[in-house]
Design a protein around this ligand. Structure first.
Ligand code: 13P
Ligand code: SF4
Length: 327
């Protein structure tokens, strides 16, 4: 049997995908006006995506921007839990995520049924969850924190109050060290931040003795102990801008270097090496978003974040507590 290509007249117009415009930057700018949209992006996005954003930030800044957003549509360039957080905080907006598969290994490491059982086994504990978790986990939490405010939030809880800290064990250990508190940790981790090699980091520092090592608190303790500064992505960015140093070894997802280089073009930023020769210091979830997908999401007003209203309301309470405690 011979298969013949359909003649143009036979093509079903419905099945022709949207043609992608040549100038995606201009097309996205037009759609932004048409939709009255705002584009929020995390620092781990591809540089092209950071460049089309109205606001770029860490998880705390993005939450605040989403909560205060006046536009009709939020185009979220980040991962699912971040876009979901925007919807929790501002439910009347259409929240678009260009690729719904942009998940997070850390959020996935904390399934709601297992976490509910863990919480039930420790009924006297207050639950503080890192924002890198699903809406279901937020709904089971008393307070949310981010890497920017975790230490300050734990410090505001009375000393005698026992605390569960989830889902990131590395951030949890760092908070324990900074606050002197004993936290009951959930055993989750981020695939990007646990992959950095201590041995290669030390070798790199020997080659660049003048460089400051700056690291995200999601890294393992054996890597963090070499850091001159530890902070959230915004914290790291501010540190390099203020510092007199000219060289920095950056131990977090390499996307953040784009803004560092833009703010300080004469300084040198060296991405810390992962254990293998892969590009594992790029978050595979974050990098699922592309300019084409942003264009299509805006054009089709889809995929959007949809949340069960009772989960949203339960997840909103610990988010609001975080925002109040971060003023
Ligand atoms: P921050 O930008 O809040 O530091 O978080 C980093 C991160 O891992 C986001 O997924
Ligand atoms: Fe999740 Fe890690 Fe990617 Fe952040 S960098 S989105 S914590 S997998």
């Amino acid at each position: 049997m011979f298969l013949t290509a359909p003649k143009p007249a036979q093509l079903d117009r419905q099945n022709i995908p949207n043609p992608i415009p040549h100038d995606l930057f201009a097309a996205i700018a037009d759609l932004k006006k048409e939709l009255n949209a705002v584009i929020l992006a995390h620092y781990y996005q591809d540089p092209d995506l950071q460049d089309i954003a109205d606001y770029i930030g860490d998880s705390l800044g993005l939450s605040q921007a989403a909560a205060n957003c006046q536009a009709d549509v939020i185009v979220f360039l980040g991962v699912h839990f971040m876009a979901e957080t925007a919807k929790i905080l501002n439910p009347n907006k259409l929240v678009l995520l260009p690729d719904l598969d942009a998940g997070c290994s850390l959020a996935d490491s904390c399934p709601p049924d297992r976490f509910a059982a863990f919480k039930a086994a420790h009924p006297d504990h207050l639950v503080i969850s890192y924002i890198n978790c699903s809406a279901d986990i937020k709904a089971l939490s008393d307070i949310i924190c981010t890497s920017a405010n975790a230490v300050a939030i734990v410090n505001q809880v009375p000393k005698e109050q026992p605390i569960i800290f989830a889902p990131d064990r590395n951030l949890g250990r760092y908070v324990m060290q900074q606050t002197g508190r004993d936290l009951l940790l959930w055993d989750g981790a981020c695939i990007v931040h646990e992959i950095f090699s201590e041995r290669k980091l030390v070798e790199l520092k020997l080659k660049h003795p003048q460089a400051d090592i700056i690291a995200h608190p999601e890294c393992e303790a054996n890597v963090l102990r070499h850091a001159d500064f530890i902070g959230s992505t915004t914290g790291l960015l501010k540190y390099v801008q203020k510092s007199d140093r000219q060289e920095f070894i950056v131990v977090t997802e390499s996307g953040v270097i784009h803004q560092m280089q833009k703010a300080s073009p004469l300084k040198k930023f060296i991405p810390a090496p992962p254990t293998s020769n892969c590009a594992c210091n790029e978050c595979p979830y974050m990098r699922l978003n592309t300019l084409e997908k942003v264009y299509l999401a805006m054009k089709n007003r889809s995929p959007e974040i949809i949340l069960n209203e009772s989960i949203r309301q339960a997840a909103l309470k610990p988010m609001q507590r975080m925002l109040e405690m971060s003023l």
